[in-house]
Ligand binder design. Structure first.
Ligand code: ZN
Length: 201
């Protein structure tokens, strides 16, 4: 588990977090801008790229509406930080399922996935049923709706351990505003998070 073997194809996808977990454990976020009394709104409408001033080549994340609702229901309703794994059909980039990581380590400044438990379910349950890793969703304190350097290091490790993944879906949830910002990291440029457009279906 601690030594994912790049090049081993789908098998390495089962190494959900492994070594990367240790990096995430050191990921901290500035505790900026936590406020109270925010207006809580539930917005199930996909954000259009034009509304964000993003370029036409904005990556699109196709996500089942049920998965999106599950992310908000589990993560946005809890204090930062918490998270869970995004799953979808093997061989596609679609996100169809979200599994909240109840056993993950959550503090006010970091979320560390339960790599042992998630890896066990990946091998024993999700892979056999045709689902595979598509990314992680996690929350940040305040209004920090972008990936941290620690997040990026973690994602790069998972991309290297799973050579068949071209896209890592890594939305950030902001509990105090009950919203999710869709973000992806592409294998072609693992150092630069990209604003994505959410296509719910
Ligand atoms: Zn983070």
């Amino acid at each position: 588990m601690d030594n994912p073997q790049p090049g081993s194809g789908g098998a390495s996808k089962r190494e959900v977090t492994a070594e990367s977990q240790r990096q995430q454990a050191t990921d901290t976020h500035p505790s900026a801008g936590v406020s109270t009394g925010s207006v809580i709104r539930i917005d199930y409408t996909p954000v259009e790229p034009t509304a964000l001033g993003t370029a036409p080549e904005t990556p699109v994340v196709a996500m089942a509406r049920a998965a999106y609702v599950d992310i908000l229901r589990h993560i946005a309703s809890r204090p930062a930080e918490s998270g869970g794994i995004l799953l979808g059909p093997t061989g596609s980039d679609e996100v169809t399922h979200f599994h909240f990581d109840y056993a993950g380590s959550c503090t006010s400044s970091s979320y560390s996935p339960d790599h042992v438990g998630l890896g066990r379910r990946m091998k024993g349950e999700w892979i056999p049923s045709g689902l595979d890793l598509k990314g992680f969703a996690h929350s940040h304190p305040g209004r920090l709706d972008w990936l941290t350097d620690g997040d990026l290091r973690y994602i790069r490790r998972l991309l290297r351990a799973n050579p068949d993944m071209e896209v890592f879906v890594a939305p950030v949830v902001i509990p105090i505003e009950f919203r999710m910002r869709p973000i992806v990291v592409l294998r072609a440029d693992m150092c630069t998070p990209r604003q994505a457009r959410l296509a719910l279906y």
